[in-house]
Structures are given as C-alpha cells and as structure tokens.
Design a protein around this ligand. Structure first.
Ligand code: NAP
Length: 250
C-alpha cells in the first residue's frame, strides 16, 4: 500500500488535469493519471513527475464506459492499494451549435462523459474512501464550469446543462456522505487556456473571450489547480457541497 495519500485525476494527462497532477505530486500526493487516448502525453507527464521525485502512474480508460471505469479503479487498487482523493476532471465540449441542430449522438456523448462518467467515478471512489465501507475518508473535487450558470447560448447549451447536473450532483453527494469522512466540492472554471477550445473548433477562444472577462484575460490551468489542491487539503476541512468559481469575475 502506498505510504503517500493517493489522488486519482480523470483526464489528468493534459490541460487542467495535468496541472492538478503536477501540483498534487509536488505537495506529496501519489497520483494516478487517467487518460482516454493520448498515451504519449500521459507517459511524459508521469516521467516529468517522477524525475522531480514524485510518484505517478498512468491508466488508460474512457470514463464514459463501464469498462473504462473498471480499468481505472482496478489500476488504483493494484498500483497503490488505497485512494484518498478524486478529481473528477475528464470532460468534453463539442462544436458550437444551436439546440435545434443537436444530434442524438452529440447529446449521448456529452452526457455520457460529462455526467454519467463523473457519477460512476465518484461512486467507485466513495466505495473505497467512505468510513462506512471501511475506508479512511477522502475528498472529491468535481470540475464543473461557469457555463452551468451562464447557459452558453448559441455555443453549447448541452455542455452547460451537463455542468449544471454536476453542480447538483456535487451538492447531493456532499450531503449524502458528509458523515462518512468524505467532502465533495466543485470548481467552476471560467475560460481557461487549454486545448479544449481547439477540440470544439475554436482554437483562439481563450484569447477572444478576454474582453468579456472582468479581469480581461483567460485563466491558466495552474490557477484552477491551486483551487483544486485547496479543496483536497485539510485547510478545507469544513468545506463541503461548495462551488468555487475560478473565473476572473465572469
Ligand atoms: P483538455 O485540455 O481538452 O484535456 C482533456 C483531458 O481529459 C485529457 O487528459 C483527455 O485525455 C481527457 N479525457 C477526455 N475525454 C475523456 C474520457 N472520456 N475519459 C477519460 N479521459 C478523458 O480539457 P481541459 O480544458 O483541461 O478541461 C478539463 C475539465 O475542465 C473538463 O471537465 C472541462 O469541461 C472543464 N472546464 C474547462 C474549461 C476551459 O476553459 N478549459 C472551462 C470550464 C470547465 P486524452 O489526452 O487522452 O485525450
């Protein structure tokens, strides 16, 4: 069993998830880096963390499938033998479209990854961390989005709705496991400079949105990671069911 507390970060290989893995490893967590397909990015992040004296493993697994969830948690059990934190980060956008144009396939993918996958991962984490199930407690941080309260009209209302579902899930789960040693919180990032915008067909979105953000700039993955590390830490020992906006005021 790992001597260090163990953190699983879904979608930990790039963007916000990778920044969380780096900072968590530097603060003494052993990290399990989950990725969907880009093994090179995951491997290179793990190598970087280990070169700096940290502990990291990688696991391929699509959080939207049962097979993926089983693979991810089996790797945690096998490689570390314990789990103390989950950052439920894996998430996707889609190309900008109005609601009238959405296909069924678009909605199935969006909700399978952004909602059902996160609920399944939280469920598996609770089984391992809950004091009611013999665990030693822990912390879950769900990565939501400011889209949950802005609505993302004309861009991706489906994404916004998936994130609103995560906010409600965060509140409900936090209350459900509050006496089981587990805190559950969410972060609502605003516009953060990562590759996710290119994956939605808008590679320059972070720069283009700067003028509508009160702080007049996009945020960085590191700024979201700092918030996640706070929520995972003992400094947040009385914080549960909270939604922390990391959005430059927007
Ligand atoms: P990103 O740069 O596109 O990185 C996405 C990460 O998630 C990658 O590691 C990717 O793995 C992984 N991933 C994607 N689908 C997956 C799946 N089905 N199963 C497992 N892993 C999967 O994204 P990001 O900008 O860092 O976003 C991370 C989270 O923050 C998402 O939940 C997103 O909705 C949220 N968020 C982002 C912003 C923003 O402006 N960037 C704003 C608000 C909220 P591969 O490398 O294998 O592809």
């Amino acid at each position: 069993m790992s001597e260090k507390p163990v953190l699983l970060v879904t979608g930990g290989s790039r963007g916000i998830g990778a920044a969380i893995c780096r900072k968590a490893a530097a603060q003494g967590w052993a990290v399990m880096i989950n990725y969907a397909s880009n093994e090179t990015a995951a491997r290179s992040l793990a190598d970087e963390i280990e070169a700096q004296g940290g502990e990291a493993r990688i696991v391929k697994g699509d959080t939207s499938t049962e097979e993926g969830v089983v693979a991810i948690f089996s790797a945690v059990d096998r490689d570390f033998g314990r789990l103390d934190g989950l950052v439920n980060n894996a998430g996707v956008v889609d190309i900008p479209q109005n609601v009238v144009d959405y296909s069924r396939a678009r909605l199935d993918r969006m909700f399978a990854i952004n909602v059902i996958g996160k609920i399944r991962c939280a469920s598996e984490a609770v089984k391992r961390m809950s004091t009611a199930h013999g665990g030693r407690g822990g912390s879950i941080v769900n990565i939501s989005s400011m889209a949950a309260i802005l609505g993302s009209a004309g861009q991706y209302v489906d994404y916004a709705a998936s994130k609103a579902a995560i906010d409600t899930f965060t509140l409900g789960l936090a209350r459900e496991v509050a006496t089981e040693g587990i805190r559950v919180n969410a972060i609502r990032p605003g516009v953060i400079d990562t590759d996710i915008h290119a994956s939605g067909g808008l590679p320059d979105r972070a720069a283009q949105m700067a003028s509508v953000i009160p702080m007049q700039r996009a945020g960085t993955a590191d700024e979201v990671a700092d918030a996640a590390l706070y929520l995972l830490s003992e400094q947040a020992s009385y914080v549960t069911g909270a939604m922390l906006n990391v959005s430059g005021g927007r």
